[in-house]
Structures are given as C-alpha cells and as structure tokens.
Design a protein around this ligand. Structure first.
Ligand code: ZN
Length: 391
C-alpha cells in the first residue's frame, strides 16, 4: 500500500533577518481590506487585481512575498467569511496581527545536510542556522513544500511542510490505545502495557500554583509574567510525557507490525467527571493533543492509524459483550462471564477489538495470556499489576 504523507516539522532558527514581518503584515492587511470590500475569496482573482500594483508599491521586496501574501489573505478571508456566517466573527473585515510569513519555494531553500536555510529578503539572501533536533533527520529524503516563518517572543521559527510517498505495509495486527488522566494503556496480541503519566497530578499542582499567584498578586506585569511562566512549564512537562508515551506506542506497533487504534474523541468530555473548581483545568485536558503526537510519529514511521467509535469502550465486556458493573476502585466486573479487570485494560482491549474488525484480521485476544508490563512512574496499591486482571 502506498500512502501520500504530509507532515509539518518545526525548526528553531539561529541568526537574524531584516524585519520583513511588519511590512508583510501591512501587505496582507491591505489585501484583506480589498478582498473584504470586493468580496473576493479566489486567489487567482485577488492576485490578478492586486499583484502588479503591490509590486510597484514595494519594489525592493522579492515579488513572491506578494504572491504568498495573496494566498494568505485569501485563506484568512475565507475562514473569516465562514465564521461570519455562523455569527462567530467580530467586525466586518478580518485583521492579520501575527508575525507569520508564508514562504514558497522561491523564497527559501532548505539544506538539511548542512543545517541551514536561506531566505530571500529585500537585502538579498540571508542564511540562518537550523537548530537541529533528532527527528529532523527523518525528513532528509522528503520533498519540501511551503513553509512559514514565525517570530515568537523575539525568536525565529520555520515550519516546513514535507511530503513523501511512503510504502505502508498492510498491518497484521492492531494495538488498542486507551488514554486517561493518569495513564496510557495499550492492548496488543500478547497482553497489555501501561505507562503512568500522572497528568492529573501535574495539572492539579500547576492549577493550584496559578491560583496562589492570582490571590497574592492582584494585577500587573509580574502577575501576568508568573502566570505565563507556570503555564509554559506545565505545557512542557505534559508535552514531554506525551512524546515519551507516543514513542513507546509507535515502537510497539513497529515491533508487531500493528496499526494503532485510537478512540474518536468527539465525546471524550463525557468521560471526564467535572467538578466546578477544576473547570479551568479541565479545559486544558488535551487528549487530542496526545493523539496528534501519536499520529505524527506513526505517519513518520509508516504505521497506519485507525480511529474507532469510543462509545461503550469502557463499559462493555470485551469477551462476551455484556454490560460491566463496578467492582471496587477502577475495577470492573462482568456478571455474565466473570471477567474482572481494571477499567483502563477494558478500554484498551475493546478499542483493539474494534480496530481488528477494521483491518480484517482474525486474531482475537487470547484469554489466558495477560502479563502486564509497566514502564515509568510508581504504582499505587490499587494498581498493583497482579490485581489488575483476575479471572
Ligand atoms: Zn463478559
């Protein structure tokens, strides 16, 4: 099976370029004014009507900046119009405020072997060093598409779209992945695995930290700075956990020739019990983010991803299909066939079974073999692995 895969990789840049951000912003906004006024959402039309005039107005700017500004203006105007129709957009025209520049193949060239990018500017080409991260090496033989140059907190980033025709082997098995606020659990042919993430604990700690800052410092720059600092730390800690969990899952899939099965998260919020106090924290739950990281790493490695309906995955017996009843802390029991298991195991198991149906491979989970591998984190008494699965 061949699959066309498109992935964006982000590079941090070292070095400086002449400030083209404000000029670019100005051009995009000029185009947005025009597009809104004449209700133009076609790139071809906008370019035909504005390109030559703007070229004359900004003769030193490499012409392709005007070209990509037209593209950006069109897509911004289109999404604005869409939001407007739904009553979700303010004002009568969109405004572009970000320090983001779209680059096409004429405006930049990437050298992944020597790790630099060269960018066209009004003062000629400027070379910037790419801060190297290991996963970037994977893209060496991929095709380079467009890119976005981004300025954030005085730092420069380059987001590049790479594409490749990848030979994907037909999966011979499926790994089911269940995510909750404390761990990631997987179900595979020869058993289960669990990685303790303690996301809930981390989120709670940072939630309380922010609360404390908010009550001690009422207004001002310091308050904002501290809040931003702790939010950033929280984010990085969680992302780090997500990346490790995703690496583990993709490695398991590669070893077993499996597709990875994830839940369709449309109704995931129903799975989380709300408490009023933690409402702000809950909005930052980001299971979807973890899924996207898994999906990214899977695509990078040619591992297929399957999404299945989440309904009932944590309440139905994976062996006989009957409704399960609670049987102690996070343990569920089937009154019909006698299965007793941890609810995360049940979730991952059901997800795997649904995934198997989709790849058309008959390989049911053997009922006997249930060794449990745990990596990272400590277990609570309730989660002693031996007690997780008793039959
Ligand atoms: Zn049962």
């Amino acid at each position: 099976m061949r699959e066309f895969v498109k992935l964006t990789a982000s590079f941090k840049l070292d070095g400086e370029i002449p400030d083209i951000f404000s000029l670019y912003k100005q051009i995009v906004n000029e185009l947005l004014d025009y597009a809104s006024f004449k209700n133009i959402s076609s790139f071809k039309k906008l370019k035909a009507e504005r390109y030559y005039e703007l070229r004359e107005k900004y003769p030193n700017l490499p012409s392709h900046y005007i070209y990509t500004a037209c593209q950006m203006a069109c897509s911004i105007y289109k999404s604005f119009r869409k939001l407007k129709r739904k009553g979700k957009a303010k004002g009568d025209k969109p405004q572009f405020k970000k320090d983001v520049i779209m680059l096409d193949e004429k405006l930049f060239s990437l050298n992944l072997n020597n790790l630099f990018v060269s960018i066209a500017t009004p003062n000629g080409r400027v070379k910037l060093k790419l801060i190297h991260r290991k996963y970037h090496e994977r893209f060496r033989d991929w095709k380079v598409g467009q890119a976005w140059l981004i300025k954030k907190d005085y730092e420069l980033f380059l987001n590049v779209v790479f594409s490749k025709d990848i030979e994907v082997e037909k999966p011979i098995d499926v790994i089911g992945v269940d995510v909750n606020e404390n761990n990631v659990t997987i179900a595979k042919l020869n058993g289960f695995g669990k990685k303790v993430t303690r996301e809930k604990v981390i989120r709670t700690v940072y939630f309380l930290k922010r609360r404390k800052i908010q009550s001690k410092i009422k207004v001002g720059k310091t308050r904002r700075k501290l809040l931003v600092k702790y939010s950033g730390r929280e984010r990085n800690r969680i992302l780090d956990i997500y990346h490790k969990a995703a690496n583990w899952i993709v490695e398991e899939a590669l070893e077993t020739g499996s597709a990875i099965t994830l839940e369709n998260l449309k109704n995931i919020r129903k799975k989380i019990k709300y408490s009023k106090k933690m409402n702000g924290r809950l909005h930052r739950w980001s299971f979807r983010k973890l899924q996207l990281i898994i999906e990214y790493k899977a695509k990078l490695n040619g591992v297929p991803i399957i999404y299945v309906n989440a309904r009932g995955t944590s309440s139905l017996c994976p062996i006989c299909g009957a409704k399960l009843s609670p049987n102690g802390h996070r343990i569920l029991k089937c009154k019909r066939c006698g299965l007793i298991a941890d609810r995360d195991i049940i979730g991952a198991w059901n997800i795997r079974l649904r995934g198997l149906k989709q790849i058309d491979v008959a390989s049911p989970v053997p009922a006997e073999s249930l060794p449990m591998k745990t990596e990272g984190g400590k277990e609570t008494k309730h989660h002693k692995m031996s007690s997780l699965l008793e039959r």
